[in-house]
Design a protein around this ligand. Sequence first.
Ligand code: NZQ
Ligand code: ZN
Length: 388
Amino acid sequence: MQGNFSYHNPTKLYFGEDAMNYLIGELKCYGPTVMLSYGGGSIKRNGIYDAVVAALEGAGKTIVEDPGVMPNPTYEKVMEGCHLVRENNVDLILAVGGGSTIDYAKAVSASVYCEEEAWEKYWVKQGSPSCKTVPIGAVLTMVGTGSEMNGGSVITNRKAGFKLGKVFGPNLYPKFTILNPRFTMTVPQYQMVAGFFDIMSHLMEQYFAGTADCTTDYINEGLMRSLIHSTRIAAKNPQDYEARANIMWTATWALNTLLKCGKGGDWEVHQIGHAIGLVTDATHGMTLSSVSLPYYRHVMHDGLHQFVRFAKNVWGVRPEGKSDEQVATEGLKCLEDWMNEIGVVTHSRELGVTEENIPAITDAVLILPVGYRTLTRDEVIDILHQSM
Ligand code: NZQ
Ligand code: ZN
């Protein structure tokens, strides 16, 4: 292991089919008024809303309804949420949904008592809250982002022309999260597999960096192998509880800061994906799947040793009689085959990327000086063209 780091994750998890039984006890630890934040209504159709409201009532809470958090949540919606929190003196924000709802809850929590312009302070300048924040709890209904156990909050600001992520410190992680794999069974297939790829992308973004022999990479490889195994089962049979439960658990560990220990990280696929999301409003995981293969083929020679390791340890590629380039290329071919098998988008034109909007997407891409290669603007354009 190289470098210095600390590891602290304060989110308390309740996992499994009985996890909801523990919500009421957690709610009792907070004040009387709870803002119930959720998305476009899936939780009303699948019964999760009723179960949550029963727990809230059982704990004697006053409920402030906050529906309509959209996928790729906007800064405008965050400002509306802040208004509701202030008006009702909310003691806890309970986010029931996927990454969008939980990210939104963190954004509201940090922004509501912020005396500066929150967008500028947190998402542009990457500052930390110096004001009071509101505690958050979560009930996860869609697997992928890892937002249930991290400080990530990705917000779209169309007026500013950016979709940007802010990673808040542990005081803004959910205080507790309910993880019941059954709650994810009603997620439509397209969303489900997009989430599967999001998990793989989080694993790869952290794996493809650095040169040291690092325990974190071995943990990461184990998670990738479990994910590949279980997603093959779940893509064919989404009702397979064991597979869905494994995937849920993998997603949480894929992005709860464990895999960052001793590693730098890349995250350029996410920057390009967020820019595509800004312009097309496409599903997050699909924006990543549409650009990953051209991106990794582009940087493969810069991080060849790690792409060889990926091929051998994750996909079981046999190296005998092959050059490193051949082994690494075979690993990426295995990745491509798995992507086709689970059914994710591999062409960005399917998401609405056109020759005409490539300049706008490119302008919105943050180029990070980390990973194996720092891209130029022309390289971003090239990758986007290849992704179409
Ligand atoms: O809005 P509702 O009606 O709830 O429907 C949602 C939404 O349409 C639906 N859904 C969720 N659970 C369901 C369900 N439908 C039926 N049954 C259920 N049980 O799924 C759709 C997508 O939900 P969303 O929350 O948008 O998906 P996801 O979890 O993929 O979150 C995406 C957002 O998270 C950000 C992304 O950029 C994007 O904005 N990310 C957050 C990260 C973090 N916090 O660390 C990291 C990620 O890389 C990512 O950037
Ligand atoms: Zn992601």
